[in-house]
Design a protein around this ligand. Structure first.
Ligand SMILES: Nc1ncnc2c1ncn2[C@@H]1O[C@H](COP(=O)(O)OP(=O)(O)OP(=O)(O)O)[C@@H](O)[C@H]1O
Length: 259
C-alpha cells in the first residue's frame, strides 16, 4: 500500500502536568481533505501546532511519504511542504495581493545586488493564482489586502500555499466570522486546492462546513483520537456531534475505534 502523505504516529504532548495529547495517530492521504473535529480543549490546535513546527511533541514521530522527518520550526514545516493558514492569516493589510503572495520570497529582477523586486512577474503569477484558486471577480493584483473581504483574504492565503507548492495546507477555522456567501467561497477554494493535488487538514467548529468539503472526518476528545475514518457521505451531523461529545461511546456509528 502506498505511504500516506503525512503520518503522525504515537504523538503525545504534555504541558507541564497537563496531558494535551495521548498516543495520537493521524494520517492524511495525497489529495485528501481531512476534517479535524473536537470540542474545546480536545487537542486539535496542539496537534496542528506540532505538525506545523510551532511546538515540539513530547514523544512520537512524523513521517512524510514514509520518510521520518524532524519538524523543528515553522520554517522547517514550510520547507517540508506544510503550510498553515490561521483564521487571521499572516497577511499584511497595507500591501497588495501580489506582494502578500510572495512575502519574504519575492522574485528579483536585474542584478542580485540591486535587489529590485520583479513586480511584473509577481502580478502575472498573482493573476493566474487568483484564477486557479477560484476567485471569480476580476480583482487586480495591485489591490491592497486591506480592501478584500475575509473570504478573499483566505483565498489569497490558500493561493500562496498553492504557489509555493505546499503538499499539505492546514486551515485552522478558515470560515470563522464569515458570511454565507464568503464561506461558500472559502469551501470552494479548498476544493480547488485539493483538485490541483494538494492535501488539506480542515479544522472548524461548524460541522456543517466540514461536511460540505472534507473526504474524511477525524474526531478528537480529551487528547485522543476517538474516530478516524468517518465518511461524511455515510453519516450525518447529529451522529458526529454525538461522537464529539462522547454520547456515542457504544460505537453506534460504526466508526468509533476501540480504545
Ligand atoms: N500552552 C499551554 N499550556 C498549558 N496547557 C495547554 C496549553 N495549550 C493547550 N493546553 C491544554 O491542552 C489541551 C488541548 O488544548 P488545545 O488548544 O489543543 O485544544 P483544541 O481542541 O484546539 O481546543 P479549541 O477548539 O478550544 O481551540 C487543553 O486541556 C488545554 O487547556
Amino acid at each position: 500500500m502506498a505511504e500516506p502523505l503525512i503520518r503522525m504516529a504515537h504523538i503525545s504532548k504534555f504541558y507541564g502536568r497537563v496531558r494535551a495529547l495521548e498516543d495520537v495517530d493521524l494520517t492524511v492521504g495525497e489529495s485528501e481533505i481531512v476534517g479535524l473535529l473536537g470540542d474545546n480543549g480536545a487537542g486539535k490546535s496542539t496537534l496542528i501546532k506540532i505538525l506545523s513546527g510551532a511546538i515540539p511533541p513530547t514523544s512520537g514521530d512524523i513521517f512524510i511519504r514514509g520518510r521520518k522527518v524532524e519538524i523543528g520550526s515553522t520554517t522547517d514545516a514550510i520547507a517540508q511542504g506544510i503550510e498553515t493558514i490561521y483564521q487571521d492569516s499572516a497577511l499584511v493589510t497595507q500591501l497588495s495581493i501580489a506582494r502578500n503572495l510572495f512575502l519574504g520570497r519575492e522574485p528579483i529582477r536585474g542584478p542580485r545586488l540591486l535587489n529590485r523586486m520583479d513586480h511584473a512577474a509577481m502580478d502575472a503569477v498573482a493573476r493566474d493564482l487568483l484564477k486557479r484558486v477560484g476567485i471569480s471577480k476580476d480583482i487586480p493584483p495591485g489591490t491592497p489586502i486591506g480592501s478584500l473581504s475575509g473570504g478573499e483574504r483566505q483565498a489569497v492565503a490558500i493561493a500562496r500555499a498553492m504557489h509555493f507548492d505546499s503538499d499539505l495546507i492546514i486551515l485552522d477555522e478558515p470560515t470563522n466570522n464569515l458570511g454565507v456567501a464568503e464561506t461558500q467561497g472559502v469551501l470552494r477554494f479548498v476544493r480547488n486546492a485539493r483538485d490541483s493535488g494538494h492535501s488539506c487538514i480542515f479544522i472548524a467548529h461548524n460541522i456543517h462546513h466540514v461536511f460540505q468539503v472534507v473526504d474524511r472526518i477525524v474526531v478528537m476528545r480529551r487528547g485522543r483520537v476517538v474516530a478516524d475514518d468517518i465518511d461524511p457521505r455515510h453519516t450525518n451531523v447529529e451522529e458526529v456531534e454525538r461522537i464529539i461529545t462522547g454520547m456515542a461511546e457504544d460505537g453506534s456509528a460504526g466508526v468509533v475505534r476501540a480504545q
